[in-house]
Design a protein around this ligand. Structure first.
Ligand SMILES: [Zn+2]
Length: 147
């Protein structure tokens, strides 16, 4: 196995550590870099897996992208798509729901589309989740071309 970032060959222990911590293959250097990002932003593990899944599809995703107000889990800037991984969706209060709606309004006003994906979906239906996001990217791309 090689590191997804630098393509360096991974040792057995490096690979094991990376899979245990992030669920993706990364060398020690890139694991440390990712750890810093996670500590700063509380990035869910599923966001990292999804990021690398999308990266593999060549859509140039960005992990923890700063939109001017907050850090977005994953952004695909070419089509102005923000992806948030939801970890507390089964405990959603009215207040949170209203906050979500307000955030969605702000992003639409700025021409961004925000989708929320439950972390369980990434965990249990990874391929379908990636494929559906690819479909959304294609759809957004077509709409951009029309303008
Ligand atoms: Zn690396």
């Amino acid at each position: 196995m090689t590191c997804l970032e630098c393509k360096n060959e991974l040792s057995h222990i490096e690979l094991k550590n990376a899979i245990d911590a992030f669920g993706v293959a990364l060398c020690t250097k890139h694991q440390l870099r990712l750890n810093k990002l996670i500590l700063k932003n509380k990035t869910p593990k599923e966001a990292i897996q999804l990021y690398y899944g999308l990266k593999e599809k060549n859509v140039n995703p960005m992990l923890e992208w700063w939109d001017g107000k907050k850090s977005v889990d994953i952004a695909i800037s070419r089509v102005k798509l923000n992806i948030e991984i939801d970890t507390e969706y089964n405990m959603l209060t009215h207040e949170q729901a209203l906050n979500d709606l307000e955030e969605a309004m702000h992003s639409f006003k700025n021409g961004f589309t925000t989708i929320k994906i439950p972390n369980d979906l990434v965990r249990h239906h990874f391929k379908e989740t990636v494929n559906n996001i690819m479909g959304i990217v294609e759809g957004l791309n077509t709409n951009i071309k029309k303008i």
